[in-house]
Design a protein around this ligand. Structure first.
Ligand SMILES: N[C@@H](CCC(=O)N[C@@H](CSC=O)C(=O)NCC(=O)O)C(=O)O
Length: 250
């Protein structure tokens, strides 16, 4: 597995908190590092940024490449249970367990102060991981997340192949379902562009808004007229996300 890491100047003197950024479909560990524009403020706030790849690579599995919505580059941050994917596609465990242990052992990181953020498929990853492991993350935020993969075409295509045909298995990785089981101790920040071409079919933030309201989960959902799904959108609001995380991490 590959990941990118930004280390702020403060890390030369003391352990720094960690913010994970999970990227979306077709992305690698380089995408957010190059395009999100997070490093300038992370340097000021003293945040280590960790940006993992979106799946294992060079798996050799039939069907793992050639479709941007499934397989390599589209790990959906689940632990697959279906063969052959279950042998390699274990992105949930990788992000929650393996990667933090690696970061703690090799970098001046205080992993007891961790936050998680993501975009689109990575927003789904950030929300589901934080909701499943609120003891591991002090803060969570997302850009244009897939909030209900059980109900939208991206999820309905990928989840059955990774997890089998049982809807209960998909619910374990569905933010709208998870927030009804267990809330996150803090406000979840979500930014969504109104000119996002995936908004109506794939993202449906109104479903998460409703689920959070019913569950009593504090949510700050900001909708921005004219913004699309791109990293131009992310780079426009990344500072607000870093400050949101720094409030509890620094
Ligand atoms: N190739 C697709 C578009 C793929 C795309 O938009 N990917 C997004 C994430 S979508 C959900 O997870 C992304 O972040 N791309 C990287 C980038 O640099 O923009 C198509 O042809 O429509």
């Amino acid at each position: 597995m590959r990941f990118a890491l930004y280390q702020p100047p403060q890390a030369e003197h003391r352990p720094c908190p960690v913010l994970y950024f999970l990227a979306g479909l077709t992305c690698t560990e380089e995408t957010a590092a190059i395009k999100a524009g997070a490093q300038r403020l992370a340097a000021e706030l003293g945040l280590i940024l960790v940006m993992p790849d979106t799946s294992p690579r060079d798996t050799g599995f039939d069907g793992a490449t050639g479709d941007w919505e499934f397989g390599e580059g589209a790990g959906f941050y689940v632990d697959a249970t279906e063969a052959p994917w279950s042998a390699r596609f274990r992105m949930h465990s990788y992000v929650v367990d393996e990667l933090p242990a690696l970061i703690a052992a090799n970098f001046p990181a205080d992993t007891s102060r961790s936050g998680i953020c993501g975009h689109s498929m990575g927003g789904h990853g950030a929300l589901t991981i934080a909701l499943k492991h609120p003891e591991r993350y002090r803060s969570v935020s997302a850009f244009a997340p897939i909030v209900a993969p059980s109900q939208v075409p991206w999820g309905r295509k990928a989840l059955p192949r990774y997890l089998g045909e049982t809807p209960e298995a998909w619910a374990d990785y569905d933010a709208c379902e998870l927030v009804r089981r267990q809330t996150f101790p803090g406000t979840i920040l979500i930014d969504q562009g109104e000119a996002d071409n995936f908004l109506e079919a794939q993202l449906k933030p109104e479903l998460f808004d409703q689920a959070c309201a019913e569950a009593g989960q504090p949510l700050l959902l900001r909708r921005h007229a004219g913004y699309d799904h791109s990293y131009w959108f992310i780079s426009s609001f990344i500072d607000d996300h870093l400050r949101h995380h720094a409030e509890t991490l620094v």
